[in-house]
Design a protein around this ligand. Structure first.
Ligand code: SF4
Length: 345
């Protein structure tokens, strides 16, 4: 017989961790500016994601994504320290949080760096060159696949696809010629270094700035880019899905921003298979008892369960010649609670 499984201690701790991460996700924020970290979000409906970020309150990440971001932030300083040990100069700029009012873009440049002198000289580069430094971590699944900026643009996960536009817009806005992204494999601790030169990537920077300008225009005009596409890789994980509902939002529908309601809906979904299993099992037990009973009433016992069959004749005024025997089965425990589930055939 099927039973509702009691969660193990490990499962309870897992649920607790996800719930704690969910409570740390910023909620209700309307972005004051275009965030450089999401300016490259590959929304199939163009600027819709960015306009939603700036006009409608909503969560910025799922609990799972929040944990990925927090882990990345926690890893930044240890990775910077390991670079210093390898002969890099890595430092925090005087101003970390930046705003470029003309384009209504904000960003955060955590680190600047110089690469080791010997490496710079060997590569024919100026050892005094200062680079914008971005530090990221990747799963052992993503790390071997994403070996270049071009591969990042085609990455499976949308947040990986945002990295090139983020770096390109930093370089363009800060008028720096080069940036480096250090990517660390979370499992093996291997590091990969992706260099970006403004000469080669100015097209992406300009595209990103134009994108921000179009968003600003939407805000000025009070317009919203319509849904023009749905991407099964991107949209289900989009933090603005609840506000966008691509292809699903009926005219006039409103959004309920309630964690409690979302939890109840999720629990309802979890219980749904049990409801179906209960109904199927209940039907099959009653069918078996009806088969035992034939066309007559009776009572059967199975351990401390009482299975009672009642029969009655059903007469139809409009069809007096029609005579139907209706059989109902009730199931209850001999002691304790009872559960009556009449059924007729
Ligand atoms: S759900 Fe899809 S279409 Fe809507 S904003 Fe997000 S990425 Fe864009």
């Amino acid at each position: 017989m099927s039973q509702i499984a009691t969660p193990t201690l490990g499962e309870l701790l897992d649920q607790h961790t996800v719930a704690a991460a969910a409570s740390r996700v910023k909620h209700g924020d309307i972005a004051a500016r275009n965030r450089s970290s999401s300016i490259g979000w590959p929304c199939p409906s163009g600027e819709r994601f960015l306009v939603l970020q700036r006009t409608v309150a909503g969560k910025d990440a799922s609990p799972e994504l929040q944990m990925i971001f927090e882990e990345g932030t926690a890893q930044e300083e240890p990775i910077a320290e390991s670079l210093r040990q390898d002969g890099w100069e890595v430092w925090r700029p005087e101003v970390v949080d930046l705003v470029w009012p003309k384009y209504q873009i904000s960003g955060r440049i955590d680190k600047l760096c110089r690469i080791p002198e010997a490496v710079a000289l060997e590569a024919g580069r100026d050892p005094a060159q200062v680079y914008i430094l971005e530090i990221k971590t990747m799963s052992p699944y993503a790390y071997p696949r994403l070996t270049s900026w071009h591969e990042l643009l085609r990455a499976k996960y949308a947040y990986h696809r945002c990295y090139p536009a983020q770096m390109a817009s930093y370089l363009w806005l800060e008028e720096r010629s080069h940036g480096i992204m250090v990517v660390k494999n979370k499992t093996s601790a291997q590091k990969r270094f992706l260099f970006m030169g403004m000469d080669e990537w100015s097209w992406l920077a300009e595209e990103s700035i134009q994108r921000a300008t179009r968003v600003n225009q939407h805000l000025a005009d009070g317009t919203m880019p319509p849904v023009t596409g749905y991407d099964a890789e991107i949209c289900p994980k989009c933090s603005r899905l609840a506000q966008c509902l691509p292809g699903e939002r009926p005219i006039g529908a409103d959004v309920i921003l309630s964690d409690e309601m979302a939890e109840r809906l999720a629990r309802r979904e979890e219980l749904d298979p049990l409801r179906k299993e209960f109904a199927a099992l209940d039907d099959s037990i009653k069918a078996s008892v009806k088969q035992l009973a034939g066309k007559s009433a009776g009572t059967w016992l199975c351990e401390d369960w009482v299975l009672q069959v009642k029969c009655r004749d059903q007469h139809y005024k409009a069809l007096p010649e029609r005579d139907l025997v209706v059989t109902t089965v009730t199931i209850r425990r001999a002691k304790g609670g009872s559960q009556d589930e009449p059924a007729a055939d």
